[in-house]
Design a protein around this ligand. Structure first.
Ligand SMILES: [Zn+2]
Length: 633
């Protein structure tokens, strides 16, 4: 028993306190915050003590903080950008987010957001501040030296905006009073690419890992859901107390909820007097020795909802489905390492936060939970690598959904359709585009969600599905809590697959070039049937061609891509595969052959798996009807 505890503690420490980022250093934070919210005025005051470890080799002369609530003021960058998107026609509508539109411009003073740092000290000395809407710049009186730690203290105050996007109060649909995400002055990330002080325009997040100790004081009739573990459940009650025990709350009309969240990069909370709270302990911790060498953290799932826009039974189903999905998720995508996760009614769609999500309705519960892996634990810089978050999350969501519904069809059809529409839209921009800087929201969404998910499924076409699955597990095991980059992922995939894959990243991520192969012509020559395949699109791929014959037999032909310097595993292990010398990417055509008679062939098909994202599938198939036709030439 003792040995087990030590082992568990050791592995926990190892995985949680690794300081490396990608292949190098990373900064570290420890927040201690107190906030007091007045539910009559919707204004709040708070203090923050932040221990900041500069693990970089750089001397920092400035610091930057996010002040997200300031986006919700007329004329803000977010407002201006949204109204600009409203002028761009997409299909029958406009490109602006239907939740935002020009609503920020219409806000009355009591509906606006406000976030203000009143003073800030570093190691006890007052520092010079310059607020620039959603970014606070701090010019330090003494630089922070490499490999050193400072203590930053500040006082903040502000106003919760009426809910326009993600955070805010009094959402019209859910009737949830407070969705409190990005509610505190949050230090910007500093990494190998320097500072990331992105002015907020309604997009992505990127944070520094550390521990959050948060005390929230609010009227005692409010029920909270939050990131982290509640430290004073016996004072709070509301279903957080140990079952069967008595709760003793302090006197007075207010309660202070004390949460602690280890190794997260953000802290969210939500509050409402009418939340229904369910808590289910899904499992106790499992020692590695009893679980095939893999330890599992104890886990309690929380559900907080209001029976406003969706019926209670649909909310409660989340807890049933989540418990069913968990073993499948951990087997394929890695362990969930925290002791709790909260599904919380709030926000305005589905939005992920560490150990929690805000959901307008139950539909996106799985997608948001899977963000715990890609946004929560891997936590790539979402602004730079949105596809590694939304795309990988969508990919996982599709696979787990298929498992939950026992659907054996192609799980990723929606992502492929989304990508094909994007590729043909004329609006596509490369996935390397900064999230804030896409010209349209439409192209951004289709790129990071759909093209990002196709990246992963199509990787399985290149490396084989079993190797791709192993890559996903390697990725989690090697890069959790390390902010990996696209290069980190590709290098890991190369090592596991023993294939060169830089070309895949270059074409799929860095460019908008598309895949289109076609059956060009078929003829008989010296008793063999020759089939010429043509690369129409600019992106090269390894190619499978299947031939069907009138006798019912099939042949599998495989043309490797030179750039891979290796072989893609057979798609169909029951079918013998004829392999050819590699197709040079410079060459537009390639001829394959079979000793079978042309008139015995009924079907020639490029990529019958349809996992290669060929934007024109019409020219991938040639059906031959010999009763009434001549061979093509
Ligand atoms: Zn998502």
């Amino acid at each position: 028993m003792r040995l087990f505890i030590l082992t568990l503690l050791f592995s926990f420490v190892l995985s949680f306190y690794s300081q490396a980022q990608g292949s190098g250093w990373q900064q570290r934070v420890q927040y201690k915050m107190e906030v007091n919210l007045n539910v009559e005025t919707n204004r709040f005051t708070g203090t923050q003590q932040l221990e900041y470890w500069n693990n970089s080799p750089d001397t920092l002369e400035k610091l930057y903080y996010h002040l997200y609530f300031n986006a919700f003021r007329p004329g803000s960058m977010m407002d201006t950008r949204s109204r600009r998107q409203g002028t761009i026609a997409i299909g029958r509508g406009a490109d602006w987010d239907s939740r935002v539109k020009d609503r920020i411009a219409q806000l009355k003073p009591e509906e606006m957001g406000e976030q203000k740092v009143v003073w800030l000290k570093m190691n006890g000395r007052v520092q010079q501040l310059q607020a620039m809407e959603t970014i606070l710049e701090v010019t330090l009186d003494k630089p922070i030296l490499p490999k050193s730690k400072v203590i930053l203290e500040l006082a903040f105050e502000g106003q919760v905006p009426i809910q326009i996007r993600r955070r805010g109060r009094d959402n019209a649909t859910t009737k949830v009073r407070y969705s409190m995400s990005q509610w505190y002055p949050k230090l910007c990330a500093y990494d190998q690419d320097g500072w990331h002080p992105n002015p907020y325009v309604g997009r992505e997040f990127y944070g520094v890992w550390g521990n959050y100790d948060v005390r929230i004081t609010i009227d005692s009739n409010y029920i909270l859901g939050a990131t982290g573990y509640l430290q004073n459940p016996q004072q709070i009650g509301y279903g957080y107390e140990k079952p069967g025990t008595t709760v003793s709350s302090p006197a007075g009309g207010k309660l202070t909820w004390h949460f602690y969240a280890p190794q997260v990069h953000d802290f969210m909370w939500a509050a409402d007097p009418d939340y229904i709270h369910r808590a289910v302990k899904v499992r106790d911790s499992i020692p590695a020795a009893r679980n095939g060498g893999v330890a599992r953290q104890e886990l309690t799932l929380h559900l907080l909802y209001k029976p406003t826009n969706v019926k209670p039974a649909q909310w409660e189903q989340i807890l049933v489905d989540a418990q069913k999905a968990l073993p499948f998720i951990e087997k394929h995508f890695g362990a969930y390492p925290y002791k709790q996760y909260s599904f919380i009614h709030g926000g305005d769609g589905g939005m992920e936060y560490p150990m929690s999500t805000l959901l307008i309705s139950p539909g996106a519960w799985l997608h948001e939970w899977m963000h715990s892996w890609y946004q929560g634990m891997l936590a790539t810089d979402e602004s730079m690598y949105g596809w590694m978050d939304e795309g990988f999350t969508s990919y996982a969501d599709d696979r787990i959904s298929a498992f939950l519904t026992s659907d054996t069809g192609f799980a990723h059809a929606g992502s492929y359709q989304g990508y094909f529409a994007l590729a043909k839209s004329g609006r596509e921009e490369p996935l390397t585009t900064h999230a804030d800087h896409y010209n349209t929201n439409a192209a951004y969404a289709a790129a990071v969600y759909s093209k990002g998910a196709v990246f992963m499924e199509q990787l399985g076409y290149i490396t084989g599905a079993a190797v791709r699955d192993q890559i996903l597990l390697d990725y989690y095991n090697q890069y959790k809590f390390r902010h990996p980059t696209a290069n980190d992922f590709i290098r890991l995939a190369e090592k596991r697959s023993r294939l060169q894959l830089d070309w895949y990243k270059d074409y799929w991520i860095h460019s908008t070039k598309t895949i289109d192969y076609a059956i060009d012509s078929v003829w008989e020559e010296n008793g063999n049937t020759q089939i010429r395949i043509k690369r129409v699109g600019l992106m090269p791929m390894p190619i499978d061609v299947q031939l069907n014959f009138s006798g019912g037999q099939r042949e599998s032909h495989y043309v490797p891509l030179d750039l891979m310097y290796g072989q893609k595993p057979p798609e169909d292990t029951l079918l013998k595969r004829k392999s050819y010398p590699a197709w040079n990417w410079t060459h537009a055509t390639y001829v394959i052959s079979t000793p079978q008679k042309l008139t015995d062939i009924t079907l020639i098909e490029i990529d019958p798996s349809q996992r290669m994202a060929d934007i024109d599938r019409k020219n991938n198939q040639l059906k031959l009807d010999w009763s009434n036709s001549k061979p093509l030439r």
